[in-house]
Write a protein that binds this ligand. Structure first.
Ligand SMILES: Cc1cc2nc3c(=O)[nH]c(=O)nc-3n(C[C@H](O)[C@H](O)[C@H](O)COP(=O)(O)O)c2cc1C
Length: 398
């Protein structure tokens, strides 16, 4: 996948160099254009179009298409794309297309190019208790069908995130979910405590793919008991809607997903990146400064689909799918495998408007199918259940 030349900075790239930032009065940059209503039917120049048929509605992505009629607009507006990701606590999204952590900064960076208020929700960059400078460069490299990254959770720390972005998020219609990372249960709990009750923070997404110092570096995400323990501890620390993000780097994700559900998570997000490696051009070392990187982009979609498909058969809480989404077909595939919502990640680097456009395209697809909601599209590819959910779900292994 070719990355676009435009460079979008995520937060402050000098983080960690200037470590007392959290004590400074932040300069709040108002996200320009974010509150300006955008015409949903404005042609997104040069983008893939929705393959839906003859009507003007079906040509949402076609710059030369006839504009939809008033009746079509009204019919589109009646379609219900809303979804509650935390039915017990309330995390109501206007539509099921979110942006993935680490690929959309804190939302403000995109204010000039995207109407961020039309995104279902924003998962911000991974946030830790203390500021982190991130890993040694190089930190990213392109791969066939995707990219490898080893950013290393560069972020200003939870207090600075709250101080700098909380007041901005508070004025936003789009819910912001703070992605939380840590090296110990105490880290996660403390970050969750500080976020609890902060206006503008709609929920927490736990990134549990971090080394657990208490377990000698083993990730929380690859150990059922560790995943259960960190989820339960955060659950006790906050009333905020709690999403927990699965790692694909395990032999069988289902026991981990079940443990997370039992520990009180409101929803599961799946998946984080796959562990990978690139070699330096002269082949004398690993290319990335951190040796390993996380693979993302279209290359990981089949893995993400398989995991969503498996997890959907063993848990009852909502599943938010992530992994290689680049077009409406990807969204429909994840919904068919049991996801109720979808995050867009790597594809944003090449096409920042994609998440907003996918919401429009999903709406048009519902209209084309004569649906008044997207809900009938969920779970259609899952095996029919005749009784209660099986403990293991359908096996994919030969
Ligand atoms: C540059 C980059 C940074 C990321 N940072 C985070 C992060 O801080 N926390 C997290 O949970 N996931 C992070 N991710 C993973 C994404 O949120 C997502 O799970 C993954 O990239 C798969 O989705 P995609 O194929 O659509 O990119 C990052 C991904 C990329 C490419």
């Amino acid at each position: 996948m070719k990355a676009k030349k435009t460079v979008i900075a995520f937060g402050d790239m000098r983080l960690g160099v200037d470590s007392d930032r959290s004590r400074r009065t932040p300069t709040v940059r108002k996200p320009k254009g974010a509150m300006v209503p955008v015409d949903r039917f404005k042609p997104p120049v040069g983008r893939a179009r929705v393959e839906t048929g003859a009507s003007a509605v079906a040509d949402l992505g076609n710059p030369t298409a006839v504009q939809p009629t008033m009746a079509e607009r009204e019919a589109l507006d009646r379609i219900d794309l809303s979804v509650d990701l935390a039915p017990d606590r309330g995390l109501l999204l206007a539509n099921p297309i979110l942006v993935a952590s680490g690929t959309f900064g804190y939302g403000v960076e995109y204010g000039e190019v995207v109407d961020v208020q039309r995104i279902g929700a924003i998962c911000c960059k991974g946030t830790t208790l203390r500021p982190r400078a991130g890993n040694q460069p190089p930190r990213v490299t392109e791969t066939p069908g995707g990219m490898l990254n080893s950013i290393g959770l560069q972020n200003p720390g939870v207090d600075a995130v709250i101080e700098k972005y909380g007041p901005i998020w508070q004025g936003w219609k789009v819910p912001v979910i703070v992605n939380v990372a840590g090296e110990s249960i105490e880290d996660y709990v403390e970050v969750a405590r500080r976020l609890d009750g902060v206006p503008g923070v709609a929920g927490i997404e736990l990134n549990i793919s971090c080394p657990n110092v208490g377990k000698g570096g083993l990730q929380f995400a690859i150990d059922r008991d560790a995943a259960r323990a960190v989820t339960a501890a955060v659950r006790r620390a906050t009333e905020l809607p709690l999403l927990v993000k699965l790692s694909p780097n395990v032999a069988d994700v289902r026991p981990i997903a079940k443990a997370i559900e039992e520990a009180g998570a409101d929803a599961i997000t799946a998946i984080n990146t796959l562990s990978g490696l690139a070699v330096s051009p002269d082949r004398t070392r690993a290319f990335l400064g951190n040796t390993y990187g996380g693979l993302s982009g279209p290359a990981v979609k089949p893995v993400a689909l398989r995991i969503v498909y498996e997890v959907a058969q063993v848990v009852s809480i909502p599943i938010v799918a992530i992994g290689g989404v680049t077009n409406l077909d990807d969204v429909l595939d994840f919904l068919a495998c049991g996801a109720v919502a979808v995050q867009v990640g790597t594809a944003i680097f090449a096409d920042p408007e994609l998440p907003v456009r996918l919401g429009d395209e999903l709406r048009a697809e519902c209209l084309r199918r004569g649906l008044d909601s997207y809900r009938p599209l969920i779970g259609t590819a899952l095996p029919q259940r005749t009784g209660p959910a099986s403990a293991k779900g359908a096996e994919y292994r030969p």
